[in-house]
Design a protein. Structure first.
Length: 615
């Protein structure tokens, strides 16, 4: 795991790479790579690459980046892990390839030398890749199929710049200022910035499962090599039967791959099925001393949503060491400036990831496994029930929806105390993306006039397009209701919020977080089971997957997740703050006030100091 950045002056009239700019951008990401730094600028000064190293695989200097190929033709910077690199290496060695390191980075170089950009479809893992090919005079960019690792870029018409963080690009000093209208509008709609936009105008996220080429002709359109929607569509058409044994085998395979490391791997442990089952599967894979960590809060003591006691039982069930880290409101207040500084883009989430990552780092861990992704894969959210029902029920009401919404959002909301989303049910409930907005949305579109400048809002909505950005999830028709919801949850909520927040929050503490349930190979294996008659039992199959299944006390309790009392903390902290009526209304969800606070604070931050967790 690392931080990467670079500059490619692709146009003849572009200025040469500025070494100081390259270093400013790289060193802004110091916490992403405290184990070493690297830089390389080509002889003619047209290409520069930077790297901050968090050493996980091949801890020797042989794993340093930027990494050249043995013949000098290629140069690589890479953030992430390739979990099947050993199998790929064996295949290459059988063809006569000789390696000089034990790193997964060198496997990428050797594989590219033989297969070109097509090699990315063989990489199992989380990755953001930038690879310079001196022979072709082009730069290849690639991002993993699920979008676990970020990669951001900006092209000014002569030079492309890239980095693992938006703020790192800004820190270089060559990116023009300005807030992206689609990003800010999307943040208020969804609670996170929807890709491919970023909060910085002109800076874009490379889409997950895509490659992109930059050469003397400029920056080419990204090309897709993997689609979550297409995976669900294929599962619907394939007719494969997958039972508990196949699910368990696929889960065990994913966990075994995610344990590949030259340092100890810990586990974020809640009282839920996802992390508990992963811990059991880690034990089955031979990991016998997994350090587990659970967050505790005084406010939750003795309540059903207290994770501590049950998580400790799960750790004992599998014979693993368990650590509880208590978090107080005072610590939240103390850490809040650091949280907002480390937050690469506005989000209403990430506080839990910040504190559990902080706790893991305090324990000396450099890698931890998270149960993130289980609900998206196994249908654990209410949206899997609600969206099919709503779209069927309100499919014929859309022509009357705008009128009904106007009436209800005006008179109804004030007189009858209606939830703002209820006013939009007739207008949006009949489409999959509209229903998803009603389920996941933070503010409704007609409320944004109180929050945003009229012109910015108009431009933002135009750029977001159909479904306010949600329609982009359906690059292929997923086919089934379950597949549609899974695609929306995986490509919007999970990727834009959960994975992104996990990245910045963990990296601020120099911690790599791995997500075995967010894996393209696993998705392909399990998807057919979730479309069958026993789909509702998906979480049950996960709980039964370890050789020693999870205890009933975990499988039979209501879902709580990795929660925090941040809502009450936020309310206490910003009580009395001046805000628009849609935010200040005490009946409105606390997340609205948090979003308004986050957006306001982010707008006032320059973001040019290193994102250090410890100040």
């Amino acid at each position: 795991m690392c931080g990467i950045n670079g500059i490619f002056a692709w146009h003849d009239n572009a200025p040469a790479v500025d070494r100081e700019e390259l270093r400013r951008s790289r060193d802004h990401m110091a916490p992403r790579g405290p184990d070493g730094t690297g830089e390389w600028i080509s002889n003619e000064g047209r290409v520069g690459m930077g790297h901050r190293r968090l050493a996980i695989i091949d801890l020797s200097d042989n794993g340093l980046q930027p990494m050249p190929s043995q013949d000098g033709r290629l140069m690589l910077v890479f953030n992430g892990e390739i979990y099947n690199y050993r199998a790929l290496r064996r295949d290459l060695e059988a063809e006569g390839v000789r390696f000089v390191s034990e790193s997964d980075s060198e496997v990428i170089l050797q594989l590219y030398a033989r297969e070109g950009a097509a090699m990315v479809s063989k990489l199992r893992g989380m990755f953001a890749i930038a690879l310079w090919d001196a022979e072709k005079r082009e730069m290849l960019f690639a991002r993993d199929p699920m979008g676990i690792k970020p990669l951001y870029w900006h092209d000014d018409g002569r030079t492309i710049r890239f980095a693992s963080q938006v703020k790192a690009l800004v820190a270089g000093g060559a990116i023009p200022g300005g807030i992206e209208a689609a990003a800010l509008t999307g943040f208020y709609l969804w609670g996170s910035v929807p890709e491919p936009w970023t909060i910085r105008e002109g800076v874009f996220a490379l889409p997950a499962g895509h490659t992109m080429i930059a050469n003397a002709s400029g920056v080419q359109q990204p090309k897709r090599f993997h689609s979550i929607a297409a995976t669900w569509a294929g599962a619907a058409q394939g007719g494969r039967t997958v039972g508990d044994e196949e699910i368990a085998a696929a889960l065990a395979d994913s966990v075994a791959h995610h344990l590949v490391a030259d340092v100890p791997v810990g586990c974020f442990l809640s009282a839920g099925i996802d992390s508990g089952a992963l811990l059991g599967l880690m034990r089955d894979a031979g990991a016998n001393e997994v350090q587990t960590v659970t967050l505790g809060f005084e406010e939750f003591a003795g309540r059903n949503d207290d994770e501590v006691t049950l998580a400790a039982q799960v750790a004992r069930h599998y014979g693993m060491p368990h650590h509880v880290r208590m978090i107080s409101q005072a610590e939240f207040r103390e850490d809040l400036p650091k949280i907002l500084h480390a937050m690469d883009q506005p989000s209403i989430d990430g506080v839990n990831s910040w504190f559990v990552s902080k706790a893991a780092a305090e324990m000396g861990l450099k890698v931890a496994v998270s149960g993130l992704g289980g609900d998206e894969l196994f249908g654990g959210y209410p949206s899997f029930r609600d969206l099919p029902s709503w779209t069927a029920k309100f499919g014929m009401t859309r022509p009357f929806g705008a009128l009904a919404r106007t009436i209800l959002s005006g008179v109804g909301a004030e007189r009858f105390g209606l939830n703002p989303k209820a006013a939009g049910m007739l207008e949006y409930g009949g489409s999959w993306t509209g229903a998803y907005l009603l389920r996941r949305g933070l503010f409704m579109p007609w409320e944004l006039g109180d929050l945003l400048d009229r012109d910015l809002l108009r431009i933002g909505l135009e750029r977001l397009g159909e479904g306010f950005g949600a329609a982009r999830a359906f690059d292929t028709d997923p086919g089934t209701p379950f597949g549609k919801v899974a695609t929306l949850e995986s490509t919007l909520y999970m990727r834009n919020q959960l994975l992104r927040d996990t990245d910045w929050a963990s990296m601020a503490h120099s911690l790599e977080v791995r997500v075995p349930l967010v894996d393209a190979w696993l998705l392909d294996a399990v998807a057919p089971a979730m479309l069958g008659p026993d789909a509702e039992a998906g979480k049950g199959a996960l709980a039964r997957a370890p050789k020693l299944p999870l205890p009933d006390i975990i499988t039979n309790r209501p879902k709580t997740g990795f929660g925090t009392p941040v809502g009450s903390w936020v309310e206490a902290m910003i009580a009395g703050t001046r805000a628009p009526a849609t935010v200040a209304n005490p009946k409105a969800p606390w997340a609205r006030r948090w979003a308004f606070h986050v957006a306001s604070q982010q707008a006032n931050r320059g973001g040019n100091a290193p994102d250090r967790a410890a100040a």
